[in-house]
Design a protein around this ligand. Structure first.
Ligand code: ZN
Length: 271
């Protein structure tokens, strides 16, 4: 290949507009993208939960979160219902994901909480789960995300985590290192569905983009939005901090589709 051609291709890559729909990424914690022919809007469910459907270049596209705990030896089955009632099963074959093991040391209260803290964690879990699994009808034309803060983005999504030598649930988000006080900007428009100061997550904002597409921002030093508030892309949500179960200041940024955490890197523009 000539140098000139290489430069042209590089230029085209750098200037390529973000795709409104993500790339098919069929592994646990990834995103299944299926195209559904037809003029009228289909509905899609996976594991009995509704999935996001959008129009992309004149076609219907379902964007499906693949659970981290999904067995990659088995296909994930989506049920597609077309207007008029015809139902079809679409199998998504999965590949293995190569997630690492991460060892972290935190304050003992985050590994062995006392009974009062366990009660608090249980009550908070219900609030968080409700917000992360909410379904709000809303047409989406483009689901790509802007990075919520500049900074080095870890690739630790999916890591199996060992806190103080004790295994805990895998890491369901992306950590972005930034100093305390760095503004966190909405990566896409949405409605603030929950805020709070939670035991593990610290100061938290949950943003509902519609159709089960939810983003979560944790460990904030300040929250600058209120529940029920509509925000546009780029609007201030809060500031980076080190509240909750952390080893230092950073933003824990997580994204959810059909109630399951998916790797935010697959949704960020330019990735
Ligand atoms: Zn994190």
């Amino acid at each position: 290949m000539t140098t000139r051609l290489k430069h042209i291709l590089l230029f085209m890559t750098l200037c390529a507009p973000a795709l409104p729909a993500p790339v098919h990424s069929p592994w646990p914690g990834g995103i299944g993208v299926i195209t559904i022919p037809g003029d009228t809007r289909p509905t899609v469910t996976v594991n009995a939960k509704p999935a996001l459907v959008m129009q992309n270049r004149g076609e219907w596209v379902a964007v499906i979160g693949i659970p981290l705990e999904q067995d990659n030896q088995l296909p994930l089955v989506a049920t597609v219902t077309r207007p008029g009632g015809a139902t079809e099963q679409v199998a998504i074959d999965l590949r293995e994901a190569d997630y690492r093991v991460q060892r972290l040391t935190v304050d003992r209260k985050y590994v062995e909480p006392d009974q009062a803290s366990l009660d608090r964690i249980f009550a908070e879990r219900k609030i968080i789960d409700k917000a992360l699994t909410n379904w709000r009808e809303h047409e989406l034309a483009d689901i790509s995300l802007e990075p919520p803060v500049p900074g080095a983005r870890s690739s630790s999504f999916g890591s199996r985590r060992i806190f103080n030598d004790q295994p805990r649930s895998p890491h369901k988000g992306m950590d972005i290192t930034a100093t305390t006080g760095t503004p966190i900007l909405a990566p896409l428009g949405g409605t603030v569905s929950a805020t709070g100061d939670f035991y593990f997550n610290g100061n938290t904002v949950i943003l509902d983009h519609g159709q089960g597409y939810i983003s979560l921002f944790c460990h904030l030093s300040a929250i600058d939005v209120e529940e029920g508030q509509d925000v546009a892309v780029g609007e201030l949500l809060g500031k980076v901090g080190a509240t909750g179960r952390v080893t230092g200041a950073h933003l824990h940024f997580a994204t959810y589709l059909n109630g399951t955490a998916v790797d935010p890197a697959l949704l960020i523009s330019g990735n």
